[in-house]
Design a protein around this ligand. Structure first.
Ligand SMILES: C[S@@+](CC[C@H](N)C(=O)[O-])C[C@H]1O[C@@H](n2cnc3c(N)ncnc32)[C@H](O)[C@@H]1O
Ligand SMILES: [Zn+2]
Length: 271
């Protein structure tokens, strides 16, 4: 594995048992669960950056019930198609959270080298505990500890985007795949909690140095049969941060919900 680089000096990292070291002697030990911490403390903007325990647990508990499996299945199909002629491609999932999509990709594409990175140590620890055949690291999307031109696929599922870094680590001809919520995503949840729900904005962009290749739409009605799952879903959304007392009370009153998943998977190729 030669694609990981030292977050201090940028030289390649090599592995010796559970320790990773660069030629300048900076070394990083794997945590007990198996992940690497590649975010130096002087680059952390808080003690525990990224998603907190409540958000991590809510997303883990919600996703493992399979509500977003149609998104994961479509993603596996799209990436499987893109990599079908590659022998041992490298796929990097940035902002991987607890690794739901990452670990399902590894199951679908066992020959691919897969690495998941997230700035939240709690999320990466949960990912590393649940899946042992993916390389997991705590790192920022804005300063990836990854060699130039090393990745065949760069994946970002509902996570922050840094096009300069994504372009730097992708091979020429490599693909950037990202998922964004589309206009009607969770519409019925919004109708239930807001007096005047609004549709999400369309998120189609052009990126310098990339050509747009495809958009794959995933739409599916999901049935949530209990308050716990509804509360977990709400905690995963951006609405959670800005929720008023009334909104929180309306969420807490919901005992079951049918709502639409409306997600676009976008594919761009690096020129
Ligand atoms: C909406 S969650 C998506 C998680 C996962 N991709 C999924 O769909 O289940 C966004 C993730 O981005 C992470 N994140 C936020 N800022 C980041 C950064 N600068 N670098 C890497 N990850 C970041 C958060 O910790 C969180 O896990
Ligand atoms: Zn170093």
């Amino acid at each position: 594995m030669t694609y990981l680089t030292c977050p201090v000096c940028g030289k390649k990292l090599t592995k010796n048992e559970r320790s990773w070291r660069c030629e300048k002697g900076h070394s990083f030990d794997e945590a007990a669960s198996g992940y690497l911490h590649l975010l130096p403390s002087n680059k952390m903007n808080s003690k525990l950056p990224g998603d907190n325990k409540q958000m991590v647990n809510a997303r883990r508990d919600f996703l493992r019930k399979g509500y977003y499996q149609p998104v994961s299945d479509k993603l596996n199909e799209v990436i499987g198609g893109l990599l079908k002629d590659k022998k041992s491609p490298l796929l990097l999932d940035v902002g991987c959270g607890e690794g739901y999509y990452t670990s399902r990709l590894k199951e679908a594409l066992p020959k691919a080298e897969i690495c998941g990175m997230d700035i939240s140590k709690l999320a990466v620890n949960a990912a590393a505990k649940s899946c042992k055949n993916v390389m997991w690291a705590v790192a920022s999307s804005f300063d990836l500890p990854v060699a130039d031109n090393s990745c065949d696929v760069l994946l970002s599922m509902f996570a922050p985007i840094c096009m300069e870094e994504f372009s730097r680590v992708l091979k020429p001809g490599g693909v950037l795949v990202f998922a964004v919520t589309s206009t009607k995503h969770l519409w019925e949840l919004k109708e239930a909690i807001y007096d005047e729900p609004y549709e999400n904005k369309k998120e189609d962009h052009e990126y310098e140095g990339f050509v747009f290749e495809a958009k794959h739409k995933v739409q599916d009605m999901i049935h949530l049969p209990c308050q716990e799952d509804i509360a977990n879903l709400f905690t995963m959304t951006p609405y959670y941060y800005k929720s008023s007392v009334t909104t929180s009370q309306r969420v807490a009153a919901l005992q079951h919900l049918d709502t639409l998943i409306d997600v676009d998977i976008l594919v761009y190729r690096k020129i």
